[in-house]
Design a protein around this ligand. Structure first.
Ligand SMILES: [Zn+2]
Length: 500
């Protein structure tokens, strides 16, 4: 391929894929596989390209997307005119003229936001995101765009560069603990088995583990996908069961993972870890750099990342704010300056690995703080730290935290063994110390179980502005594996960051 062809491929990948691309017909599909392999090979190259070249791709894709939706959507056409966004000649700096769309705004806009599919769009696919942030988001995709936009980015992680992707796409390599975001796209073609609503407690049952081991054997060499907490717990059991699993990679879905967890997983599962961030509707935002842990490289050939403050003003690199994504791959649900509550920051530094793709960090989801009577906020993490110090990890199966009002907090515990009065007193004392100047009331209650709530994934906690909704529940599964504290905090993150 010439340089010009490579650029053209990355600007318009859809031109290089077969016309007929649909779910359920991807496994072993020679033409589709050829295009995907080519796309991934190019992405492996472009991650080292100079910024200017990537920016050329971004500008072209921005103009292409906005040009297309300006023609087919009254809402978008009006929005561009109203905000002085020059569709045909747009530069990257023009993007900030457009409003940041948060979920509340998106909800208010309703159907106006979506672009009506044309006949040429072929099959469309609609789903509603889980609503862990409070407002479920309707997503409509052109099925072909969805497949092209998602699948190559799953395999752009450095771990897969060494794998024969053409061979991999001829079989079903994925075994999932929990339901990953790309379930909708890959389940029929590439998933051997999905243990949909599995929890760390289920892993204590030998028959459940046997089923998982069997699936991995069938999918071998397999890619195990799941929340860090579940996979770390499985790693613990794999060592107890004294077996080895035929894995080529372990993909952690959308939650931070600590060094201790990585060590535990690597030691007992003996496979590299693929840690990526994805968001509802945005596709795969980035992947963690294996040479720079904790930092993510942005998939900048396919999207632009900004950070904004609470008023929607752009922040400088290095300042923490809300991550705002503009994704170029999807035309029916345009993702333009979309804020989906993830907090983080963009980092200016050049990565030690040599990749030129921008670096960013993400820190969790906005709103998961306890608002104190004096108006200050306390991150949930600190509260969990205190609970852990009091042994709740060992002594309880699950907990739930509810902030009933500005100054009252309820902690529901599903105990493994009864708490003594002395232990309970210790928890109250530590909580009082944590909230010192703020006059908070605490109540500890015991329960036999905690329901995840109306078919939703377990979310974090109920804080009082949302008290009438069923959304902000905390449910934590405790584990006793080594590195327990990190498992605890990661379980917390699992709840915070659970994506589509
Ligand atoms: Zn790097």
């Amino acid at each position: 391929m010439t340089d010009a062809q490579k650029l053209d491929f990355l600007i318009s990948p859809e031109k290089y894929f077969p016309t007929e691309v649909s779910r359920g017909k991807l496994l072993g599909n020679v033409q589709f596989i050829e295009s995907t392999v080519k796309y991934c090979d190019l992405l492996a190259e472009s991650q080292y390209w100079e910024r200017k070249k990537i920016e050329t791709i971004q500008v072209e894709r921005l103009r292409k997307l906005t040009g297309s939706i300006a023609l087919s959507s009254e809402f978008w056409s009006k929005t561009f005119i109203e905000h002085g966004f020059p569709v045909e000649t747009a530069a990257l700096t023009d993007l900030c003229k457009l409003p940041v769309l948060d979920r509340t705004t998106i909800h208010k806009l309703g159907d106006a936001l979506y672009v009506n599919p044309l006949l040429a769009d072929g099959d469309t696919y609609q789903r509603t995101s889980s609503g862990t942030t409070g407002i479920p988001l309707k997503l409509i995709y052109n099925e072909r765009e969805m497949i092209i936009g998602f699948i190559a980015l799953i395999f752009r992680h450095p771990v897969f560069e060494k794998i024969n992707l053409a061979e991999l796409l001829k079989r079903k390599p994925f075994v999932n603990l929990g339901m990953p975001g790309f379930w909708h796209i890959c389940k029929d073609d590439f998933f051997e088995r999905t243990f949909q609503s599995i929890s760390v407690l289920d892993l204590e049952k030998p028959e459940v583990r046997r089923e998982i081991y069997k699936s991995i054997e069938r999918a071998k060499p397999a890619i195990l996908v799941g929340y860090a907490s579940l996979i770390a717990r499985l790693a613990y059991w794999v060592s107890k069961d004294n077996i080895s699993l035929p894995l080529i990679a372990i993909r952690i879905t959308s939650e931070p993972i600590t060094l201790e967890e990585q060590g535990l997983i690597f030691k007992h599962l003996n496979a590299p870890i693929v840690n990526m961030l994805s968001g509802n509707g945005t596709g795969f935002v980035g992947f963690e750099c294996s040479g720079n842990l904790g930092k993510f490289h942005l998939n900048s050939e396919s999207m632009i990342l900004e950070t904004v403050d609470e008023h929607g003003s752009i922040l400088k690199n290095g300042e923490e704010g809300e991550l705002v994504i503009s994704a170029f791959m999807f035309t029916l649900t345009p993702i333009i300056r979309y804020a989906h509550n993830d907090m983080g920051k963009i980092i200016s530094e050049q990565c030690v690995c040599g990749r030129t793709l921008p670096l960013f960090e993400f820190h969790g989801r906005r709103g998961y703080e306890i608002v104190l009577p004096d108006g200050k906020k306390l991150r949930m993490m600190h509260l969990y730290g205190v609970l852990w110090q009091n042994g709740l990890g060992k002594k309880s199966k699950q907990i739930q935290i509810i902030q009933n009002s500005k100054n009252s907090l309820q902690i529901i515990i599903v105990p493994r063994k009864p708490f003594s009065e002395y232990e309970e007193g210790g928890i109250y004392k530590s909580l009082a110390a944590l909230f010192k100047e703020n006059n908070m009331n605490f109540e500890i209650k015991y329960a036999d179980s905690i329901s995840p709530g109306k078919g939703r994934k377990p979310c974090l906690f109920i804080h009082f502005p949302n008290i009438n909704s069923d959304i902000g529940k905390v449910e934590l599964d405790f584990c006793l594996a080594p590195g327990f504290f990190t498992l605890l905090t990661k379980t917390l993150y699992r709840c915070i960051l659970a994506t589509d």
